[in-house]
Design a binder for this molecule. Sequence first.
Ligand code: SF4
Ligand code: SF4
Length: 87
Amino acid sequence: MALMITDECINCDVCEPECPNDAIYMGELIYEIAPSKCTECVGHFDEPQCVQICPVACIPVNPEHVESRETLFEKFTRLEAAKAQGV
Ligand code: SF4
Ligand code: SF4
């Protein structure tokens, strides 16, 4: 599953640089996660890095983006291939 940031986010800025997929960005009011880029850190780390560091625990799974570990790993592979091509 991709993760999402709820409106409890306090814009503390600490999660954005931790994401290995550059999936976290500043939205209109709070930080947001691009589901197409979030692999729950599969392929990079054992645990979601943003969840580990968020001081207010406002990063649950996104119920609209339920994905298996296999699907997440395929996404990781696609993202890495795109990175290698400089896309
Ligand atoms: S779980 Fe990992 S890939 Fe997804 S947004 Fe958080 S740090 Fe980025
Ligand atoms: S770490 Fe949590 S509170 Fe801080 S910007 Fe990220 S989602 Fe918001």
